[in-house]
Design a protein around this ligand. Structure first.
Ligand SMILES: [Zn+2]
Length: 575
């Protein structure tokens, strides 16, 4: 009887423990992994990844934590978790989340030997293993066509080609995240953004060894430039490895690729290309080298070679990690190569920990490239193509002066890429090339401690007050301008030219300086006019013959409604 009661009590306790884990109080983002020291073994013939090593967890929450949740891809399994060499109690469970290509994670819910106080740390020894096969479940289950899904999620371990990208694609090293859901707006962006911010200063040392029974030696490329590479043969078998330290991780998601690559090296770049792609690799390198002068003129000397890794699937979506670009080289045309090189080389020359500066400038460089190759209109068309998505998304938030979606805080890449590109272009139109280049040259990432740092560097190069612009476009999300030509009154001068007084109203919620084009039979005069949100501004423009129409905005300023931007001019009444 007593035995039965004890047995019952024990069961009740374990039921309570499970209930507690599943329903309440598990803060999945309480711990940050501040240090990784991992030994990873890849066996391409078995599609297998096995890892063991040590991680350090730091409690970044405000309350003591006794439970830690560690997550790896759902195709991997936890083998052991110990603290100080002693096993700890842990249960594993699947956790649905779109942060991994499989659409799920394997969670280990670890009961720590004692609660960890806020800011306290604990070291765990861990081991896990499994397979990494092509898997696009997270995309196909929300309705993406198979082919499109596969060309986006191209990670796998296989004999001819292995590619494993980190957080956001394959959780091949432990992470600690809340659920990310691709069918819920920005959910994945936000979870990834928080993760990267928390792990920004973390350090990862990883030894990646590829073992093959068939003795083949392939090239191993890792997205960390300082890796030490080694090759060994043991009888028929071979092993090649990379020893890498991300110090710190920054915004990188550790990734590696192995395949039958050959190298093409130039003074500013290195291309790892696949068998039979040598012509494509050479033309890619030629196109990229032509862009180097433009990039160094704007962003300074390259501090590393821009590296490119070829992908076997010609449809594969390119992926970038700093100045390392994964892209299919087959069918790559020279124009596209130049465009992507402008972006990649900018990363090799310039770095900022802030996405709107880091990515925004790299996209801005692409617009500069198109302007130089063709003309201003091609650059504007390119920005227009990219801004349509965020322009659509901006409308509902317009009135809220949202801080969360401001460029300085944006986790959504439509914002820190496309919108940021437009913001850089507008800044350049306002302050001029020389001033903006000097501000960029003065930028030091280690001194960028406040959101206003970049604005101060630009302010130092110009007489203009730009505080309002940064407030409307960068520090807050005030939505977009909506310009309307309210009136245009021409009058003939004594010298038979015309002066037209143009009044532009900004019905929108963000101010901007916008081009105003006054057209006449044989041409147009372009002036620039600053129109703050919900305000009007007037400018006088002289034309040689009678003006026929006024157009506000050449497309260089993102705007919510372009339908009210033209006003036909009624010919002035002759006295
Ligand atoms: Zn980039």
């Amino acid at each position: 009887m007593k035995f039965l009661a004890m047995h019952y009590a024990a069961r009740l306790v374990s039921v309570l423990a499970i209930l507690c884990v599943s329903c309440c109080a598990v803060d999945r983002e309480a711990f940050t992994i501040t240090n990784y020291d991992l030994n990873v073994r890849i066996e391409p013939e078995q599609h297998r990844l096995g890892a063991r090593g040590k991680i350090t967890l730091r409690n970044d929450s405000t309350v003591p934590q006794k439970i830690a949740v560690l997550q790896i891809s759902s195709s991997l399994d936890w083998r052991s978790i110990t603290v100080g060499g002693k096993s700890v109690q842990f249960v594993t469970q699947p956790y649905t989340s779109d942060i991994d290509h499989t659409g799920g994670l394997s969670e280990a819910i670890v009961t720590l030997p004692q609660a960890i106080a806020p800011k306290g740390t604990v070291d765990l020894e861990i081991a896990y293993e499994g397979v990494i096969l092509p898997d696009a479940t997270r995309l196909t289950r929300i309705g993406a066509p198979d082919e499109a899904a596969r060309s986006s999620d191209w990670d796998r371990i296989d004999t001819d080609f292995t590619a494993v990208r980190g957080v956001g694609y394959v959780a091949w090293y432990p992470i600690t995240t809340e659920v990310a859901n691709l069918s819920e707006g920005d959910s994945l962006f936000e979870v990834l953004g928080r993760w990267k911010a928390r792990e920004y200063a973390s350090i990862m040392h990883v030894h990646i060894a590829v073992s093959r029974d068939d003795g083949e030696l392939q090239e191993l490329v890792v997205n960390e430039a300082s890796c030490k590479l080694m090759f060994e043969r043991e009888g028929r078998a071979s092993q090649y490895s990379a020893d890498c330290t991300y110090q710190p991780l920054g915004s990188a998601a550790p990734a590696f690729v192995t395949g039958n690559y050959q190298d093409l090296e130039r003074p500013t770049l290195l291309v790892h290309y696949l068998h039979s792609h040598d012509t494509a690799a050479a033309s890619f390198a030629d196109a990229a080298e032509k862009v180097v002068p433009l990039v160094t003129e704007w962003f300074g000397a390259l501090h590393e070679k821009a590296r490119t890794v070829d992908l076997p699937d010609p449809q594969a979506a390119p992926y970038e990690s700093g100045s390392l670009l994964f892209t299919p080289l087959a069918n790559n045309d020279a124009k596209l190569a130049g465009l992507s090189a402008a972006h990649q080389l900018t990363h090799a020359a310039f770095y900022s920990p802030r996405p709107w500066i880091n990515e925004g400038l790299a996209h801005f460089a692409q617009a500069l490239y198109l302007e130089r190759e063709k003309n201003r209109q091609s650059a504007i068309d390119y920005m227009g193509l990219h801004s349509s998505a965020f322009v659509r998304a901006e409308k509902p938030a317009a009135a809220e002066a949202d801080v969360k979606n401001s460029l300085v805080n944006a986790a959504n890449d439509e914002l820190y890429r496309s919108k940021a590109m437009c913001v850089w272009w507008m800044l350049r139109d306002m302050v001029g090339d020389a001033a903006l280049k000097k501000a960029i040259a003065a930028y030091r990432p280690e001194q960028d401690k406040e959101p206003s740092y970049m604005a101060r560097l630009i302010a130092a190069q110009t007489q203009r007050d730009l505080e309002w612009f940064f407030d409307d476009w960068v520090y807050r999300d005030r939505g977009l301008p909506d310009f309307k030509v309210e009136s245009a009154f021409p009058r003939k001068t004594a010298t038979n030219t015309f002066i037209v007084a143009v009044t532009v109203e900004n019905l929108g919620t963000a101010g901007a300086e916008v081009p105003v084009m006054v057209r006449f039979s044989s041409g147009e005069v372009v002036k620039r006019l600053e129109v703050r949100a919900k305000e009007k501004a007037t400018i006088r423009v002289e034309t040689p013959t009678a003006p026929t129409e006024v157009v506000v905005n050449d497309g260089s300023v993102p705007e919510s409604d372009m339908r009210n931007n033209v006003l036909k001019i009624v010919p002035p009444v002759e006295p």
